[in-house]
Design a protein around this ligand. Structure first.
Ligand code: SF4
Ligand code: FES
Length: 215
């Protein structure tokens, strides 16, 4: 696809037409917070609401992971309003996430800690009440486990298992506040047709909700 030229924060950027703003910005060294996006994930999921940017001519902010680049686009990634939106989105995510950092295996690779560092928004969820799902940890499999209380419902594990690995072991279960990641039938991980030879779901999980039990 032909390249188009546009600006992000005043910097001229060239990218293939139709590529999402998020990835073009990243390649140009301009960081936009994001947790649920992956360059190969099409269509984008757009659930974390951390990647808001302004595009000139639009009535409101758009998500950079879903918005395609086009010739002459004028994109702004930082402003008081955008910072407020990112803060609100991050605090909402943190309000449903168990802050058990001391025992969480994600440690330095935790995507939430990275966003907190980059945006200067604290991990503790401001004035919002904690709404943890309080679901049991599935520790049944020898190789990996699932702690739904750390999950932010980015769906990356569902996507990678179904679309990249071709197994489809994990999926969203229930709706609304009860939504959580589960095996298709709610059975333990150990009962699934997964021999954990890839652990792609663990590797892609940004929060330590899916965790490795073997080195
Ligand atoms: Fe995202 Fe991890 Fe939750 Fe899967 S388990 S939806 S990868 S946070
Ligand atoms: Fe855009 Fe999550 S990265 S909404």
């Amino acid at each position: 696809m032909a390249d188009v030229t546009f600006t992000i924060d005043g910097q001229t950027v060239a990218a293939p037409e139709g590529e999402k703003i998020l990835w073009a910005a990243q390649r140009a060294g301009i960081h936009i917070p994001h947790l649920c996006a992956h360059p190969d994930r099409e269509p984008p999921f757009g659930s974390c609401r951390l990647c808001y940017v302004d595009v000139e001519g639009r009535s409101g902010p758009v998500t950079a992971c879903t918005e395609p680049v086009a010739e002459g686009l004028v994109v702004t990634t930082r402003s008081e309003r955008l910072d407020r939106l990112v803060r609100a989105g991050f605090e909402l995510l943190m309000s449903t996430h168990d802050l058990d950092c001391k025992v969480c295996p994600a440690k330095r690779s935790c995507g939430l800690r990275t966003i907190s560092r980059q945006t200067k928004v604290k991990l503790r969820s401001g004035d919002l009440a904690k709404l943890l799902p309080n679901l049991p940890v599935d520790d049944s499999h020898d190789a990996f486990g699932l702690n739904p209380n750390r999950c932010i419902l980015c769906g990356l594990c569902v996507w990678v298992c179904a679309e990249q690995v071709g197994r489809g072991i994990l999926d969203f279960a229930h709706r609304g506040l009860g939504t959580h990641i589960s095996t298709f039938d709610g059975e333990p991980l150990a009962a699934q047709a997964c021999d954990a030879d890839c652990l792609a779901c663990v590797d892609i999980c940004p929060t330590g909700a899916l965790f490795r039990k073997i080195p």
